[in-house]
Design a protein around this ligand. Sequence first.
Ligand SMILES: Nc1nc2c(ncn2[C@@H]2O[C@H](COP(=O)(O)OP(=O)(O)OP(=O)(O)O)[C@@H](O)[C@H]2O)c(=O)[nH]1
Ligand SMILES: [Mg+2]
Length: 492
Amino acid sequence: MWRGLWTLQARAARGLLRLCSRHGSGVPAPGSGATIFALSSGQGRCGVAVIRTSGPASGPALRGLTAGRDLPPARSASLRLLSDPRSGEPLDRALVLWFPGPQSFTGEDCAEFHVHGGFAVVSGVLQALGGVPGLRPAEAGEFTRRAFARGKLSLTEVEGLADLIHAETEAQRRQALRQLDGELGRLCHDWAETLTTALAHVEAYIDFSEDDNLEEDVLERVDSSVRGLEAALGAHLRDARRGQRLRSGAHVVVAGPPNAGKSSLVNLLSRKPVSIVSPEPGTTRDVLETPVDLAGFPALLSDTAGLREGVGPVEQEGVRRARARLEQADLILAVLDASDLTSPSSCNFLDSVVAHLATQSTNESSQRLLLVLNKLDLLSSEGPGFSPDLPPHLLLSCLTGEGLESLLEALRKELAALCGDPSTGPPLLTRARHQHHLQACLDALGHYKEARDLALAAEGLRVARGHLARLTGGGGTEEILDVIFRDFCVGK
Ligand SMILES: Nc1nc2c(ncn2[C@@H]2O[C@H](COP(=O)(O)OP(=O)(O)OP(=O)(O)O)[C@@H](O)[C@H]2O)c(=O)[nH]1
Ligand SMILES: [Mg+2]
């Protein structure tokens, strides 16, 4: 009897492997019969440029451009004179590499030409490759798409690679590298294995329970593993906002009364003149956004109009926009003029925005706030003489830069809490797609629990497992591939 159970388990596991393994896409890359070529390093003049090919004609192309010499030893660099096979015109003396499939990035035969990075050399080699029969220029992301189609990368690894190419901050790079290493995929694989076992047990119960040979608590054990899985998925979904902030940037809004130095702070943090700075109160009207690297984390920094009442219609609209932007902030940088804390606009801002948020307990959904007292240079040497009930704050002078280090350190801590620390902790869900499949998996587990009959319960488990498989690229993901591979440049 137990043999029956294990056979089922093995059968289900085989199904899982088909769905979840790196060989899981089963989707041939469009036009995968052709051999493609592209410049894989950046555009423009540079020391060395890398041109690569992938597909069955890579070997003939390499031979053609090296005047018919034998292919170099696999995976080691060789110096060769490159010439145009049609005219015999010498093009460059270059390093060439030969990666016979399947041990290559795409899994196909690949060649690489490391040429001198001048415009004429690169275009000469590209033209020569274009003249080799069976070769055509690659489309954006086509190399990676072939790697995915041949099971070299799972879908989450492909997304990690795209994020790595686009990473602009240290934290984004760390996160992308972890995803490229397959951490998220492995986690989904472990969860899917739990479901496979659960499904095998339910099916065994359906088929063999009447024989009385199954252990009695088989269904209780399934229930308990589903409960454990629900808790794990729930925890990851609660954290999903973090991963998405890490990928697209946390919303940091600089707000405060007029003339406090908000625009000066935005310019200082972004290291460029984003906003006009002037001694006239009410200079900034529109919300000005700029993407910045804040202490290693990506952020979208917004400068806003100074908050005050009794102003003309244009400034009033600016104040309305500032308040609307404040509501969307993940982190508010509240700026006050340290030498002007008792003015009506400072007091009003302290009462209406700062006091309200500073007393809030910080949970995942709440906004965070850093209070910055600017113009430290205007204070007398005896100190500021602040009112004692001022919430925790940082002192800064945008003019002299004093206090900037402490502000950056405080920002780093706040952003690490908002975006998650990519060096430690569980893998983050960085895309809405990840969140969608985990939520759908969780919903399907809900159907399992509510099902009145075992066949429906098993179906719930099957649907849940399908969503985990689709997260890593197995089964029925063709429709999203175009969207994902569009993120790549030509040559990747
Ligand atoms: N002494 C001193 N002056 C500063 C400092 N930071 C800004 N200022 C000056 O304060 C004035 C107002 O600065 P802004 O950055 O335009 O202030 P703001 O809060 O953006 O003002 P609005 O856009 O009008 O609301 C300018 O004259 C700045 O040069 C500082 O740290 N010390
Ligand atoms: Mg301003």
